[in-house]
Design a protein around this ligand. Structure first.
Ligand SMILES: Nc1ncnc2c1ncn2[C@@H]1O[C@H](COP(=O)(O)OP(=O)(O)OP(=O)(O)O)[C@@H](O)[C@H]1O
Length: 257
């Protein structure tokens, strides 16, 4: 059975999509069968793996709102071993359209459970909110990776996120756990970055990944070429560190098993 991992933080611009795209590609590089699910209406994970949003016929919206099956909407990508379920701007209406629906928090889980057996990892890129789309993602997941940007207010808002995780654990999904906290956009030239690392490690202790994602221009350029960084510039520091992260995620799963 595949492991389902949400990449979540309601704060915007902390590196969720960059992590979802590059962790997925790196797990696939290590010969794991991976499905990347984009549940963010911005659709950046979709274009980040080279899927043209303009050419998408059906997306995650059709799964959540119209009961399409995951098989109907998934597509292969240019990365070997990596499939994707795309999102387009149509998804922006889903929260409102699902408003009165019964079991609206379990729509994604119902779809994902049916294809879990075909993948080793299913990685879900969440939007920057704790609304219905993120709730669907946490309800469908075994665990959550929380990217935290190395900046002054790094820990702000995390108690709200952890509270949401606890509520989902209690009411929707008992097995949900925090897979790990990932420090992103670290700039070694500033003292602030080092202080943030210490602060986050004090709070989350051994749940913080050893791999710390640096600020790396190749990581920010790769999406405009529709490629994960291991294809865009495999020798870059960004590619190296996401490969290290993938190894940690794999090792973590083996420890738990
Ligand atoms: N390690 C990094 N080095 C340089 N740029 C980065 C890095 N990580 C992310 N970025 C850039 O920062 C911006 C925000 O990153 P990203 O889209 O991954 O964040 P997000 O949390 O998914 O955002 P949103 O909340 O809007 O969904 C993007 O332009 C991305 O290319």
């Amino acid at each position: 059975m595949g492991k389902v991992i949400s990449i979540a933080n309601q704060k915007g611009g902390v590196g969720k999509t960059t992590t979802a795209v590059n962790l997925s590609a790196c797990l696939a590089y290590y010969n794991h069968k991976v499905l990347l699910v984009d549940i963010d209406p911005q659709g950046n994970a979709t274009s980040g793996v080279g899927v043209e949003k303009g050419g998408v016929d059906q997306c995650i919206y059709n799964v959540l709102v119209e009961d399409a099956s995951a098989h109907d909407v998934l597509t292969s990508t240019m990365v070997e071993n990596l499939d994707a379920i795309p999102a387009t701007i149509q998804l922006a209406g889903a929260e409102i359209e699902l408003g009165p629906t019964i079991s609206r928090e379990v729509r994604l889980k119902q779809a994902v459970d049916k294809i879990k057996g075909e993948y080793d990892y299913i990685i879900i890129d969440c939007p920057p909110s704790l609304g219905l789309l993120t709730l669907n993602s946490l309800t469908a997941s075994d665990s959550v990776i929380i990217p935290v940007q190395c900046e002054f207010y790094a820990l702000e808002g995390l108690s709200q996120l952890l509270n949401t995780v606890r509520l989902v654990q209690k009411h929707m999904n008992h097995r949900l756990m925090v897979e790990g906290v990932l420090l992103t956009m670290f700039d070694a030239r500033t003292n602030l970055g080092i202080q943030v690392i210490e602060e986050v490690k004090k709070y989350f202790q051994d749940r913080v990944y050893q791999s710390i994602i640096p600020r790396n221009v190749r990581l920010s350029e790769a999406p405009s070429h529709g490629k994960p960084v291991i294809l865009y510039d495999p020798k870059s520091r960004g590619a190296e560190v996401y490969l290290e992260l993938a190894k940690e995620v794999i090792a973590n799963g083996e420890r738990v098993r």
